[in-house]
Structure formats: C-alpha cells, structure tokens
Design a protein around this ligand. Structure first.
Ligand code: NAD
Length: 356
C-alpha cells in the first residue's frame, strides 16, 4: 500500500530537515508519494499569498501532511502560516510528546510527558485592535479606567465547545496509551471567566473518566516551577493555546531542547505533523540543525497511518543513534551535520530490516 502525503518543506532550516526526514521515512519501507507544496515568503513572492489555496486543497485531499517550520515576520507582514493552517483545517488538538531518550544531555533522569494544547482559540487567534482604533477605545470604556488610553488590545476568547473537545481528546489519549494522569492547567484564579470556563468544562469532562484516569488541576505559574523541579510526576497536560505554546518549549528544554521535540496537529480525520521548533534562520544552509524533531514527528505520522511497526522501528533507530552519541548534531554534544545524523538513522533502520 502506498500513502499520499502533502509535504511542506517550509523555510530557513526547514527544507534541510524535511529532506532528511523524507529519506528516513522512506527507509522504513513504508511507501509514500509526496505532494510537495510551497508556503510562506516564497509563495508570497510568487503567488501573492503565503498560504495558496492549492496547499489547503492538497492537505484536504490527502488528509495527512508533514511540515517543516515556517518563518513568521515579527510585528509586521503576513500573519503566521502555521496558525492559519491549523485554523483553516480545524486542527484543534496539538499533541507534543516530551520524552527523554538515554544519551541526551539533560538535568533529569526520567521525563515522559505529553502536552495536549488547544489549537483553535485563546489569544492566539489574533483578534487584536491597534491603539486609538474605535474598537480599542470601546474596550477602554468597558474597562472603566483600568485600560490606559492608547492601549493596543488583544482578545482572549475561550469556549466550552472547544474546551470540551480538547479535554476529551486528552482523556481519550490517556486511555489509549495507558497514561496515568491528566493535569488541567489554567490561570482561573485571575482569569475567572475565560480560564474559569476552561476549568469548569474540564471538570465536567473529567467526571466521565472517574476511576479510569486520574485527574488534577494546576495554575500555570506553579506548573512552570513544578515542571522544573519534578517533571517525572507529570503525565498528560491539557491546556489552553497560549500556555500550551509556552510550556511546549519549557518541556522541550527538559528533554534535551527543541532539536528533539516532535509534534502533531489533529482535526477530525485530518492531521498535520510538525516539530515544535521554528525555522532557526541563523543556521540556514549550514547542514547543522538536528533533524530528530521532524523525524519523530514523521514517526507519529507513521503511527497515525497505522504503520505501527515501522514507527516503532524508527523510534528504536533514532534512540540508538542518540544513545551512541557519535553521529549526533551540535545540540546533542556531537559534530555531525543534519544529513549525517539522518544517514546514521537510516543505517540503523537497514540493520533492523536485515536482522528480521
Ligand atoms: P526557533 O525554534 O526557530 O529557534 C530557536 C533556537 O532553538 C535556535 O536558534 C536554535 O538554537 C535552537 N533550535 C531550533 N531548532 C533546532 C534544531 N532542529 N536543532 C538544533 N537546535 C535548534 O525559534 P525562533 O528563532 O524564535 O523562531 C524562528 C522563526 O520560526 C520565527 O519566524 C518563528 O515565528 C518561526 N516559528 C515557526 C514555527 C513553526 O513553523 N511551527 C514554530 C516556532 C517558531
């Protein structure tokens, strides 16, 4: 059987790691036909939009996509293509496993947690009003003196519908993968209405899993500290969009950094796989960055496609290369390039196949 997958190489260091990941995935023996499409600055220059319709059409048709990182201009220019893709395809659940592989330099001995980040609402959707706009002035009036004149305004919005589906996703994930505990993370003591609604909805959903999965609640500030002190006691974390974004990088730091942190965005019957990290533009073209995060995102893709054995073999090959520490990139203490690390993983895979 052959799968058709949309491949977005991205920009910056994206095309380098996407190329290596494609080769590694093909080396598992799973047959994939790639629809390669372009987004971001390059698409903007050629087609006048950073997210051409044919990209969305390709993903909607194939139902599966693998994406390298895409640069987002800061302050001005087009909005994030990454966020737009999640929105357009209603990829509401962002899953980011943070697992410590032996051989990775870390302050910890054991970390194996999973972030489930709500992807469709909260401050991330970019409902914003510039200073002195009619909308900002209106909000300032509602603020009854609490909002300074000339403020820019961002709208935080949380719904029970979106919360319910992400929390169900987290509990169902915990059940499927035999995870022990789900921790809900908010700032509901201060944001009583938005995070308050997230928490109230979460509690209702958690009731349905009583006796099957343990449930607990934490405030985001405390959680940041808890994760640094004792990450081993946490398991599945479910949280609103912006907190999920920030904790993803913190948790990547617990397990060796962004170079080894994979991710996936799921909707109903559609999925897009991408690393947690961005385009690391300062390393573009240097054959330097770690391809592991995107390769492990590819491993999650294989599992999603039902190629569980190939996914397990790939994870084993990655883990062996990391453990040996000879053919690893700079962030893991080695001097191998992106391509060389990919080659080392392919060699491990071919030994596994010949050993069968
Ligand atoms: P970044 O994740 O690109 O890089 C931050 C630092 O992390 C790098 O300088 C590097 O030291 C390290 N790093 C990142 N990836 C690595 C890898 N594979 N191997 C080794 N080290 C790695 O974050 P940034 O510099 O804040 O963002 C750069 C651009 O990427 C921005 O335009 C941002 O908007 C975008 N971005 C895109 C995505 C995405 O495509 N999903 C995610 C985050 C950021």
């Amino acid at each position: 059987m052959s799968y058709r997958v949309t491949l977005i190489p991205g920009d910056g260091t994206g095309p380098e790691i996407a190329d290596v990941t494609k080769n590694v995935l093909e080396a598992t023996g799973v047959k994939i036909q790639w629809d390669v499409v372009e987004v971001g600055g390059a698409a903007m220059a050629k087609q006048g939009t950073p997210l051409p319709k044919e990209v969305l059409d390709s993903i909607r048709k194939n139902k599966v996509a693998l994406k390298g990182p895409i640069t987002t201009p800061v302050g001005t220019g087009f909005r994030s293509v990454n966020v737009a893709l999640r929105h357009e395809l209603d990829l509401y659940a962002c899953l980011r496993p943070c697992k410590l592989y032996p051989g990775v330099r870390s302050r910890y001995n054991q970390v194996d947690l999973v972030i489930v980040r709500e992807n469709s609402e909260d401050l991330y959707t970019g409902v914003e009003f510039p200073p002195d706009s009619a909308e900002a002035k209106q909000v300032a009036q509602w603020g009854k003196g609490k909002v300074k004149p000339g403020s820019a305004i961002s709208v935080k919005h949380i719904s029970s519908v979106a919360t319910e589906r992400i929390v169900k996703f987290a509990f169902e994930y915990a059940l499927k993968y035999k995870r022990r505990k789900v921790t809900a993370i908010t700032k509901a003591n201060i944001l009583k209405l938005t995070d308050g609604l997230f928490l109230a909805t979460t509690r209702k959903v958690a009731e349905g899993y009583k006796g099957k999965v343990e449930y607990e609640e934490k405030l985001i500030d405390n959680m940041c500290m808890q994760l640094v002190i004792k990450p081993e006691i946490y398991d599945v974390l479910v949280l609103p969009n912006l907190y999920g974004d920030i904790l993803s990088d913190e948790c990547a730091g617990l397990v060796g950094g962004l170079g080894v942190a994979p991710g996936a965005n799921y909707g109903d019957g559609i999925a897009l796989f991408e690393a947690v990290h961005g385009s690391a533009p300062k390393y573009t073209g240097l054959n330097k960055v770690n391809p592991t995060a995107l390769i492990l995102s590819g491993m999650m893709m294989l599992e999603y496609l039902g190629e569980v054995r190939a996914a397990q073999q790939l994870e084993k090959a990655v883990a062996e290369v990391i453990k040996e520490g000879r053919q690893v990139t700079y962030d893991l203490g080695g001097s191998a390039g992106t391509k060389e690390m990919g080659q080392a993983i392919i060699q491990k895979l071919s030994r596994q196949t010949t050993a069968v």
